[in-house]
Design a protein around this ligand. Structure first.
Ligand code: AFP
Length: 345
């Protein structure tokens, strides 16, 4: 991999392009530096005795694992040396004010998918970089369209950094020999149509009718309105699902459902859905609540959840059609159609 452009050189070129670019480049470089340390941690380089054990619950009631907190501490330490006005994290109840004169803010999920750690599945870091408003108390209540950059790191067979600076999506892979991220895929594009959907099917009885109708269309394949067959995946790790979609297309659904606490789904707007939506749209895909564009939303509260449908634009739009047209849902949920569904309606 010696020939590929390093992330450092890539960011150096970018940092000369716009007023906030230098600060954005410094923050991305800091996150990438922290990610290499996290990769070593999750990869067993310095396997902690408490790998994957839980230590408590975060402000939103999620199980908090030792590695969640270690990843948060690593990224904060790396960012502390850069000009960042405020940091928000899934692992901390409130945002933390830093350098008040800095031009950017960072929101992050330090270790997403951590419930997969003890089964040795891909986990990741998700981040969003926003302009710093004069009033930092509203820093993380901006619309998703305000983002200057977004990305995620996958800690899997490869340690890869997916990055958008607002002009396409590029993917870097960690060259473990040199310790540098190297550019491996430039201006990634997601196919408009797809043959793979991802949803936690065990929740079917809790979904609303439009989501059931969409999934039944996928399951009906060539025998239904979709008129082509689908494969299904569910990894339980948002970064792994997103990376697969960037690689071969697909649609991911974490909708709202009837379970207590899931009225707005499971994923967080500020440091999961916003960055993923920015990446998906920059790669020619789409990201929606099923009714609204994710990037048009502004968070009312820091850890606010939001339904997330993202990936190939044809399928995201189909979910929106079904959500907005009850007659369409009725037509595709007809008894004949139900008989062929994988599940009984
Ligand atoms: P954890 O970080 O608690 O493992 O949650 C991961 C996640 O937020 C996201 O990465 C997955 O897509 C989703 O949860 C899986 O949720 P289910 O366990 O409900 O399928």
């Amino acid at each position: 991999m010696t020939g590929q452009l390093t992330l450092e050189d890539y960011l150096r070129r970018y940092s000369e392009t716009a007023p906030d670019a230098l600060a954005v480049a410094a923050a991305v470089d800091a996150i990438a530096t922290g990610a290499i340390e996290i990769a070593d941690l999750t990869g067993g380089g310095h396997l902690p005795d408490a790998l994957g054990l839980t230590t408590g619950r975060n402000s939103d009631g999620d199980l908090q694992r030792d590695l969640d907190l270690q990843a948060d501490a690593i990224l904060r330490r790396c960012l502390a040396m850069r000009p960042v006005a405020a940091i928000a994290s899934e692992e901390m109840r409130e945002a933390e004010i830093g350098d008040r004169g800095a031009r950017i803010c960072v929101a992050m999920d330090p270790l997403d998918g951590s419930s997969n750690i003890d089964i040795n599945m891909t986990v990741g870091t998700i981040f969003s970089i926003l302009p710093a408003p004069d009033d930092l108390s509203i820093a993380f209540h901006q619309r998703g369209t305000a983002q200057l950059a977004a990305g995620f790191v996958t800690y899997g067979p490869q340690t890869s950094l997916v990055l958008t600076l607002g002009d396409g999506v590029d993917i870097f892979t960690l060259d473990r020999g040199s310790g540098h991220f190297r550019l491996m895929r430039r201006r990634v594009q997601i196919s408009e149509a797809c043959e793979e959907f991802a949803i936690n099917a065990s929740n079917r009885r809790h979904w609303d009718t439009p989501v059931r109708a969409f999934v039944d269309e996928c399951l009906a394949g060539t025998e239904g309105p979709a008129n082509h067959n689908f494969n299904m995946r569910w990894i339980g790790s948002l970064v792994a699902e997103a990376y697969r979609i960037l690689t071969r297309g697909g649609v991911f659904l974490y909708p709202s459902d009837a379970r207590p606490g899931y009225g707005d789904g499971r994923l967080r707007l500020v440091y999961e859905a916003h960055p993923m939506a920015f990446i998906m749209e920059q790669a020619g895909g789409a990201a929606s609540t099923g009714r609204e564009r994710i990037l048009d939303l502004a968070a009312r509260s820091l850890h606010q959840r939001v339904p997330l449908i993202m990936g190939s634009s044809n399928e995201v739009r189909r979910v929106e059609e079904l959500n907005c047209d009850p007659l369409l849902v009725a037509s595709v949920s007809a008894p004949l159609f139900a008989r062929r569904g994988f599940f009984r309606l």
